[in-house]
Design a protein around this ligand. Sequence first.
Ligand code: ATP
Ligand code: MG
Length: 428
Amino acid sequence: MAKLQAIRGMNDILPEQTPSWQYLEKCFQQVMHRYAYQEIRFPILEQTALFKRSIGEVTDIVEKEMYSFDDRNGDNLSLRPEGTAGCVRAADQNGLLYNQQQRLWYQGPMFRHERPQKGRYRQFHQFGVEAFGMDGPDIDAEIIQLSASLWNELDLGEYLTLEINNIGSAEDRKSYGAALTSFLEERAESLDDDARKRMHTNPMRVLDSKNPDVQSALGDAPALEDYVNEQSIEHFSKLKALLDRVGITYVVNPRLVRGLDYYNNCVFEWITDSLGAQGTVCGGGRYDGLVAQLGGKPTKAAGFAIGEERLVLMLDSLSKVPAQSLQKTDVYIVVIGEEMSAAAMELSLQLRSSYPQLGIISHCGGGKYNSQLKRAFSSGAELAVVLESDSGEETVKLRRLDDSADSVSVNISEAVLKVGEILGISGS
Ligand code: ATP
Ligand code: MG
């Protein structure tokens, strides 16, 4: 029978890869702790309407990327394609937004039916932060600073560039969109099918087109910045001043619009050229209208999401995962003869409680000395602790697994101390 395969674009993360993920997640959590953001967890599955209403009906995500289905009750549900919608739903439903400020973070899998390629998958993982109840631009600067702290923590700062833009209010974008549509209509013959369709439904997405012909037709297109209201402009210049003050460099990219409808005022992305095509590792901005749009009390908000896969690719290709975060086996307990099993279990327990920093494998499943020693070598352990019935119940051999092959035999009651001595650590 043919073996079943994983779904295309949904990756297994294997034991040799998990240390990079664990390292990334640990650094992220440390930074969150320093900024006093609290973790929130919400379901992977939500009503489809939640995403339609928040992300927007005519966005790529809602139009063609969601995994949606009717469940057994006939409710239309979707796997979450991003975290903000669910986070807002959860925070509002549980009363976290009522006259309160919240600084929240989440982490977990997201699902989008995209064309899989390096850095773009159908199940991928995001970290995100969402800050509620604060007007900005101080909180906008804070979340940007927080992301910069994470890059520093990961030693990736020099590979990432911050792009920011002011996209104004929803009304500003509406009048801009109308102007852009008329501009595009006049040049319809120079556009591709996708852009021709988009120019009526979501003209700003045409600006993102990867097609060089479309890009050249956009030459003197109206600029969003000419449609942005005074208040937004002031907000944006204050944000820039705050970033300048803390030494965060940025590039203002007037073309940066983001693919989700709920953003307003300032949006930003962190980009790298060390990944090839999928160079955006983090995107975010303000979304002051979203809470009310989902039925809550109007609440100011800002947040961002980071693509974990892209950061792991960076960490690995730039060798930024410190050696000590790789999981290591230090001691391998060799157990010759079934009658030694109980002694081995007891000794391994004592060793683990005396030296909690060590990784200790206690051999299971029997076998000859040589085959067990082979496993001990390939485990990467420094020391083998050999319990063998032939050498007498009370005697344990401690054998270094390096070229010296030094070994000593000790009484089992001294084994714990001696292991510490050989490995140069003291017990607790
Ligand atoms: P892109 O322009 O790369 O499609 P996006 O604007 O769709 O990104 P967001 O919705 O803002 O992405 O998600 C935030 C981050 O999540 C992205 O910057 C990226 O790092 C990551 N991301 C988004 N989609 C995927 C995916 N399909 N696979 C892996 N990572 C992804
Ligand atoms: Mg996308």
